[in-house]
Design a protein around this ligand. Structure first.
Ligand SMILES: Nc1ncnc2c1ncn2[C@@H]1O[C@H](COP(=O)(O)OP(=O)(O)OP(=O)(O)O)[C@@H](O)[C@H]1O
Length: 329
């Protein structure tokens, strides 16, 4: 189920599953499986920003790592520019790292404390474009620093001399210096002060608009993805609950989970029922609809039958047996 036609997609994800093997509870028992990502489908168009939201543990980081080739996939497929990249080894991924880059959640931890920020930004260029000479590399690093809003005069400083927001600017520079076509941002602002978050989101939006790259922007907070995403995908327990354009999702959400998430976002209008109860363990998810234990409108059918994503009235998709009824309400 996709809003972007497959032929137009730069990145196409099909029924993607990433299941982690868990040790058996007893020495003679069978190992269990934790379904971190459990059948995710979406297409990303060139130049598009897709926001992915959901509570902690719903599989966002696992999905991000699988898309960036940092996590083995259990089943399903990932295509980049029409090429199947699901099961490439490190050698196969090497040229692709020029095309698909990632920005991580913890900016300080993702930088080597012994390297100057200039050397950190130069590192991926050196590894992925060995044909680029030293002078050209240095000039690209300085230009990149300025692009992310840091003075070129800071090139010989070390990460500990920078604030969290500045370190994240360096992380963004490191990812973009190789001029990728897809940037995957995994909770890029959640470790930062609220006052700095908007600056980094705006920087990413400006860089995206300038370069035309495709972006996946992951956050646990709908308010954060709101400003940057053209489309938003809502995940819960490894599955897609709803997918729609930003306007449709915020104005007329269809899935009860999205409605509950929106209840916590200031300024989203209609008062909606907030989310209650704990998220079940992905090692032991509900049998039918995974949201059934917290859903205000679930009935006995939902307990036994998992819903599939179906077209909703807002033009997007929703995985709820009541999609048509809720849309009409
Ligand atoms: N290497 C692993 N082995 C086993 N389980 C894992 C592993 N990595 C993640 N998990 C589990 O998979 C589930 C999904 O984790 P993931 O980090 O992808 O979710 P998330 O939505 O990004 O959450 P958060 O925002 O807290 O990072 C969680 O239950 C997590 O504990």
């Amino acid at each position: 189920m996709n809003a972007v036609p497959a032929a137009a997609a730069l990145l196409a994800v099909r029924r993607l599953k990433v299941h982690y093997k868990l040790p058996a509870a007893l020495p003679w028992g069978r190992p269990g499986w934790l379904k971190a990502v459990d059948g995710v489908d979406f297409n990303l168009a060139p130049g598009e920003t897709l926001g992915i939201v959901g509570e902690s543990g719903c599989g966002k980081s696992t999905l991000a790592r699988a898309l960036a080739g940092l996590q083995a996939v259990t089943s399903g497929g990932i295509e980049f520019a029409g090429r199947n990249i699901t099961r490439l080894d490190e050698n196969g991924w090497r040229p692709l790292r020029r095309e698909i880059q990632m920005v991580f959640q913890d900016p300080l931890a993702s930088l080597d404390p012994r390297m100057t920020i200039g050397a950190s930004i130069a590192e991926p260029l050196e590894a992925l474009y060995p044909e680029i000479g030293r002078a050209e590399r240095a000039s690209r690093v300085l230009a990149m620093l300025e692009k992310v809003g840091l003075s070129a005069s800071l090139v010989n400083r070390y990460p500990h001399e920078f604030s969290g927001g500045q370190c994240q600017r360096v992380g963004i520079a490191r990812a973009l210096v190789v001029r990728p076509r897809v940037l995957i941002c995994d909770e890029p602002v959640s470790a930062l002060d609220v006052s700095i978050q908007a600056q980094i989101v705006n920087l990413l939006a400006d860089l995206q608009a300038e370069s035309g790259l495709s972006m996946i922007f992951i956050a646990h907070d709908l308010a954060v993805v709101r400003h940057i995403s053209r489309r938003v995908m809502v995940m819960y327990l490894g599955k897609v609950m709803e997918q729609a354009t930003r306007e449709a999702l915020f104005a007329s959400p269809v899935h009860p989970y999205t409605r509950a998430l929106l209840a916590a976002v200031p300024g989203t209008g209609v008062h909606r029922q907030p989310l209650e109860g704990e998220i079940p363990s992905p090692a032991d998810p509900p049998q039918g609809c995974v949201f059934v234990t917290r859903c205000p409108i679930a009935d006995t059918h939902c307990v036994r039958h998992p819903p599939t994503l179906v077209r909703a009235v807002h033009g997007g998709f929703s995985a709820c047996h009541f999609t048509a009824a809720v849309s009409a309400a």
